[in-house]
Structure formats: C-alpha cells, structure tokens
Ligand binder design. Structure first.
Ligand code: ADP
Ligand code: ADP
Length: 229
C-alpha cells in the first residue's frame, strides 16, 4: 500500500536580487507503507527542503504531497520530525518534553493514558530510568533519544529524520541507529531519513534515493537505487 506520493514537487526560494532560486524542481517519489527510505545527495541539493516540505514546515511552490490519501496542507499530527539537534525545552524534564507534543495530539486522552504514551516512548529509546532528568543533566546522545521519543510518541503516519545522528560521536551514533531500527521494525512507521552519509543510509534504509546535484534547473532529478533485503 502506498503511504506517500510526492508529485512534481518544486521549491522556489525568493531572491531579492532577481529570479527565485530553484532549490527543488519536479521531484517525484512514491513511498510504500512501512518503508524506510534514505534521501542522500551532496550538500545543497535540496534534501532538507524536501523534508521540511514533507513536514509541512516549508511552503510548497509547485506540485504536491499526498500522505495516506490526503494532500497535505501545512504541518499536521500525522507527521513527526527529528532534527539534528532536539532543541528540548530546558525547563522541562525528559518526560515533560515528550508530554508537550502528546498533549496537543491527544487532547481527549485521559492524563493517565497520556502518561502511559510518554512512558512507553521514553522506554523504547532506553530512557526508562531517566524520565525526570533535565536536558542539562543529559548527554547529547540522551537528549537526542528524548527527541526521538517525542516524535514516536505522536504515533505518526510518517516519520521524518533530518540528519538525526549527525552531531553524535561514532559510538553514540551506532547506539541510536540501533534504537531507531528496533523501533521501526516494531512499529513499522513509514520513514524518510535525510543524510549525507552513504554508509548510514545503506546500513539503515530499505531503499536509497539519491538527489542529483546538477545545475539549479535539474536539481529535482532523482536516481533510484533499490537494495534487495
Ligand atoms: P541540503 O539539505 O541537500 O543540503 P537544502 O535543502 O538545505 O539542501 O538547500 C537546497 C538549496 O536551497 C541550497 O542551495 C540552499 O542554499 C538553498 N536554500 C535553502 N534554504 C533557503 C532559504 N530559506 N532561502 C533561500 N535559499 C535557500
Ligand atoms: P542547525 O541544525 O541549523 O545547525 P540546531 O538545530 O543545532 O541548528 O540549533 C538550532 C538552535 O537551537 C540553536 O540556536 C541552538 O543553540 C538551539 N538549541 C540546540 N539544542 C538545544 C537544546 N537541547 N535546547 C535548547 N536549545 C537548543
């Protein structure tokens, strides 16, 4: 079953000095339910632009994105994003940071149900014993675990990862990659990972899509590589 359909997607950034800058042109991609797709390419080829448009955080200039049969219009609770840096609220504990989003997405759940959702998300990332810690008491790797928990607690239809392991030392990166694979195998969430690390996407993803970095007008051209698993 198809989960995501990206059709003729384009992004033209305004340019005060002349013609708008064509960051993404005619980008097309179908993603199956539960598939883990890696999006790679040189710096500046438009990966983050595509991801933020998928998230609904970046206005679409042309074409569109259909998620689970509905064309997206801005951000929504069906999609969650993990960025390179989790940007946790420093005045809230790990529990409080995850609860923040859960309250918005499940306004009708009882406080007990919400507590369970938060606790199970934090347990899934290995933070069962650190729920009461504040960001300043946690390492970068632990903070990013909270960022991942915050995203999966929303039970998104589409999980969007923008270089989520980029800032971590290599050992912590491997730990978090394992955590992510465990969660995705269990929950079967459709996921897009943006990375410039070829080894990382080949290790983690079911399929890798390379965005080619040509002249601006052809930046949306894609080259699909399928990996037999
Ligand atoms: P990647 O994630 O592949 O490194 P980006 O999507 O961040 O690429 O950027 C694609 C291109 O669009 C780059 O040339 C970048 O400089 C440009 N760009 C990104 N964001 C903006 C913006 N807000 N305004 C103008 N140009 C931008
Ligand atoms: P980029 O990915 O563009 O390099 P970051 O996402 O790392 O930027 O950071 C964006 C902003 O959020 C920065 O001003 C940074 O200081 C701030 N920030 C990063 N991590 C945290 C955190 N854990 N808590 C609060 N603020 C943070």
């Amino acid at each position: 079953m198809r989960s995501v359909e990206i059709f003729n997607l384009a992004k033209f950034y305004p340019n005060p000095y002349g013609e708008p800058f064509k960051a993404v042109v005619d980008f097309n991609l179908d993603i199956q339910q539960g598939e883990f797709v890696g999006l790679i390419g040189h710096s500046g080829c438009g990966k983050s632009t595509v991801l933020t448009m998928l998230a609904g955080l970046n206005e679409i200039s042309d074409g569109g994105i259909v998620v689970n049969g509905r064309e997206i219009d801005g951000a929504g609770p069906d999609r969650a994003v993990v960025f390179q840096s989790p940007c946790l609220m420093p005045w809230l504990t790990a529990f409080g940071n995850v609860m923040l989003g859960v309250k918005n997405v499940y306004p009708h759940a009882s406080s007990n149900q919400r507590k369970q959702i938060v606790e199970s998300a934090l347990s899934a990332v290995g933070l069962a014993d650190s729920m009461k810690k504040y960001p300043r008491e946690m390492s970068g790797g632990m903070q990013q675990r909270v960022g991942i928990a915050r995203a999966i607690a929303l039970k998104p239809k589409l999980l969007l990862l923008d270089e989520p392991f980029g800032r971590l030392d290599s050992l912590t990166r491997m730990e978090l990659q394992d955590v992510m694979l465990d969660i995705l195998h269990r929950e079967k969430i459709t996921t897009v990972l943006v990375s410039h690390d070829v080894d990382e996407v080949v290790f983690l993803c079911d399929r890798v899509v390379m965005m080619t970095n040509g002249p601006a007008a052809t930046l949306g051209e894609v080259l699909n590589i399928d990996f037999e698993r």
